[in-house]
Design a protein around this ligand. Structure first.
Ligand SMILES: O=C(O)C(=O)C[C@]1(C(=O)O)C=C[C@@H](O)C=C1
Length: 362
């Protein structure tokens, strides 16, 4: 270790002085955010001021400027909170998510919208779509894919029948923990968790709790709630859920894959302009003729548009008809995507732009 540069008292004086400057600058920034609101016009609500493309741009500049010692994720989190508070000065955004309190979906809401947004815990993914459509929530956050388990089909299927748009994506590293009321691993006879979490921790459970009964429930937070009632029960859930439900944490990082990550979508009712680094999600149904899918996809290759993902789901329009969820790099206003969509022409029975949105930040 190198020699200290100053005494503890001197270090604290320096920190106090920096805090004063930071606070003055945050207040000044909040004043300018109010000025943005005046420029845009009075009497609007939070959703009219919210600009995901601008926020993504601001946060990318934060990452570009970051020289440490704090990580990019930490810096982004701090600036996200500042923007969240600036935006909420008039009226906070209302964001629906799969509740109850303490779920990973709630963590995703906080990661993307900060703590000044108003979180609305809802009973199911379907309800999140319904509340956004009805205007009771400005936006919704729904899980769509896990790095180990793949796509969450109910979320994809909701786009077949709802008008929801995609306004953002969030990647959340999912760290699972084992929590219990009693706090003793040797007493555990039952483990509650969401089915996905049981899958994510399968190997750990086999090695560490081979004889317990595993019970799938509607969410990890629900599992934590159930585990409160008996000393011989435990829950697999995130750290937040354990804290919210007052449980003791018996083990942390019990997910089998070190890179366990869930991708969430931000759903809303409108489309937003380009941020400079975007992804576009399309919902395409093809006519039942030879080469139709090829004819839909080849224009993207021709115009040098990268295809990030393709998923097929039964289309609900007839037996053996399929809808394709296609993600491509870029914004729908970009010339190459426009050209590809025009060329695709009659090969597609239906094309719906679900949304163009900033690629997830760290
Ligand atoms: O730049 C704007 O349009 C603002 O309203 C300011 C601001 C910010 O704090 O930077 C706040 C909320 C928006 O979502 C984007 C940016």
């Amino acid at each position: 270790m190198t020699e200290p540069k100053a005494s503890l008292e001197q270090v604290r004086e320096r920190i106090d002085s920096i805090d004063r400057q930071i606070q003055e600058l945050i207040s000044e920034r909040a004043g300018w955010a109010q000025e943005v609101a005046r420029v845009k016009g009075a009497g609007l609500s939070a959703i009219d001021y919210y600009r995901p493309e601008r926020e993504a741009h601001v946060l990318r500049m934060v990452v570009d400027r970051n020289r440490g010692p704090l990580s990019d994720t930490e810096m982004v989190r701090l600036f996200r909170e500042i923007m969240s508070s600036c935006l909420a000065q008039e009226d906070p955004l209302k964001v629906g998510f799969l509740g109850p309190e303490g779920t990973f979906s709630e963590q995703a809401v906080r990661k993307h919208f900060g703590h000044a947004a108003y979180g609305l815990p809802l009973g199911s993914i379907e309800e999140v779509f319904q509340e956004v459509a009805a205007g009771h929530a400005d936006f919704g956050v729904v899980p769509v894919e896990n790095s180990g388990q793949g796509m969450i089909q109910i979320t994809l299927d909701m786009f077949l029948t709802s008008e929801a748009t995609i306004c953002g994506e969030i990647e959340l590293r999912v760290h699972q923990c084992l929590h219990s009321q009693g706090g003793r691993m040797e007493d555990i006879k039952r483990v509650y968790a969401h089915a996905q979490s049981l899958q994510q921790c399968k190997t750990w459970l086999r090695i560490n709790l081979p004889d317990v009964e595993c019970i799938a429930v509607s969410s990890n937070a629900e599992a934590a709630r159930m585990a409160r009632h008996a000393d011989d029960a435990a829950a697999i859930a995130g750290e937040t859920a354990g804290r919210v439900y007052g449980l003791k944490t018996l083990a942390t990082g019990i997910e089998d894959r070190a890179d366990n990550t869930t991708r969430f979508l931000v759903i809303g009712r409108s489309l937003f302009p380009p941020s400079g680094n975007d992804r576009t999600s399309l919902l395409i149904t093809v006519n039942d003729k030879p080469g139709a899918l090829y004819d839909v996809l080849s224009p993207f290759a021709k115009h040098d548009v990268s295809l990030n993902r393709i998923e097929s789901r039964p289309a609900h329009t007839g037996k053996w008809q399929y809808a394709f969820f296609i993600d491509v790099s870029g914004h729908v206003q970009d010339a190459p995507i426009q050209a590809a969509m025009q060329e695709m022409g009659g090969a597609a029975a239906q094309v719906r732009v679900l949304g163009s949105y900033p690629v997830a930040l760290p």
